[in-house]
Design a protein around this ligand. Structure first.
Ligand code: MG
Length: 362
């Protein structure tokens, strides 16, 4: 037995490490709800979730007022039971962003406990397929950057040996997007992967037009061309272009991915461990994608996604956007263009609790 004897939720605000913009939004701050769980066998699990600037206090209220109190007395070893009982206790508020973001903070704490109990790393406990994953950089590709800055960012990534870069698209005129992408391709050559991301900003017709214009640039994927609810639109787009369509960061349940995969509306699955509700559903999505012969390149949260991507056979890339350097003692290791999965027992994130306490807002 590993009975939960105490659990608490709190919220911190982490300032952004750099200005980040895309076609629909800016990353304002990382609101980060934490959950700490203690068990009667002397373990402590720490889990977390995030928003990019709005909704954090709603997630905290969901945790404090409804979900966290239900954990007391449960056996933390029963990962599926905890997830299902806690999540479906919210019936009237599932499926949705607030519930899933709240569940992720709980479920990642439960997995932290599971790994610590096994004295193994998350990468091993979650599957154990490899110890490192290729890295692509998003940090040099934001929409407000000039073409010269995009080129400089891509060249810097290439100089470090990173195999891919992602550039935001969605300028008012298609020719502006094309000009920026052509400039980067011309500088980095044909071997580097270039991904683009429209952050859900296009209609189907406009996405088809942009994809056609992007075809000669040899893109690795076209991310979030349309609103995430539009599964049929993504399917139509995917049929019209040779560029793989990547989606997942704006999806909040495993079954949403099932619909995309079933309709051949997605070529790269970008499941986000916080937004989908934790590691438990994340792994279901990843394995489901494997059964459809689709690769997984999770969105953001590189510090935990490095372990999960290393755990699965169909993991392809980890996204480089560092955001936890201010609240951790050590950083994710990068070697020769690869992110190295931590080997320490637990989630493998070296939290600095003094720094976390200093950023606490509730
Ligand atoms: Mg994106």
């Amino acid at each position: 037995m590993s009975i939960i004897t105490s659990a608490e939720a709190f919220l911190i605000d982490i300032p952004v490490e750099t200005v980040r913009t895309d076609s629909v939004q800016a990353f304002l701050k990382q609101e980060t709800p934490f959950v700490r769980i203690k068990t009667d066998d002397g373990l402590e699990g720490v889990g977390y979730s995030y928003t990019i600037g709005t909704g954090g206090t709603a997630v905290l209220a969901m945790l404090r007022d409804y979900l966290v109190p239900k954990l007391i007395g449960m056996d933390s070893r029963n990962v599926e039971k905890v997830w299902n009982e806690i999540y479906y206790s919210t019936r009237a508020t599932e499926t949705g962003a607030i519930s899933s973001l709240a569940m992720a903070a709980i479920d990642t704490a439960i997995w932290d406990l599971k790994c610590k109990r096994a004295n193994q790393s998350l990468a091993v406990v979650a599957g154990g397929f490899r110890d490192r994953v290729p890295l692509y950089d998003t940090e040099g590709g934001w929409l407000h950057l000039t073409t010269e800055e995009l080129v400089a960012g891509a060249k810097a990534s290439q100089a470090k040996g990173w195999p891919g870069v992602k550039l935001k698209v969605g300028k008012p005129n298609v020719h502006e997007d094309v000009e920026r992408l052509v400039a980067v391709r011309a500088e980095v050559g044909n071997k580097m992967h270039i991904m683009v991301d429209a952050n859900t900003s296009f209609t189907v017709a406009e996405a088809k037009r942009r994809a056609q214009a992007f075809e000669p640039i040899d893109l690795f994927w076209f991310e979030e061309p349309l609103p995430a609810d539009d599964v049929t639109g993504h399917a139509a787009l995917a049929k019209s272009t040779s560029i793989p369509v990547a989606v997942g960061e704006t999806m909040y349940s495993a079954m949403q991915f099932q619909q995309y995969l079933h309709q051949e509306a997605v070529g790269i699955v970008q499941v986000d461990v916080a937004r989908v509700g934790g590691i438990t559903p994340w792994l279901k999505v990843a394995h489901m994608a494997e059964a459809f012969n689709v690769k997984v390149c999770p969105h953001f949260l590189m510090e935990i996604h490095v372990s999960l991507t290393a755990a699965i056979p169909n993991g392809l890339y980890v996204e480089h956007i560092p955001q936890l350097r201010g609240i951790t003692h050590t950083q994710m290791k990068i070697e020769n263009g690869h992110a190295i999965a931590p080997t320490t027992p637990g989630l493998g994130i070296d939290w600095n609790f003094d720094a976390i306490e200093g950023l606490r807002i509730s």
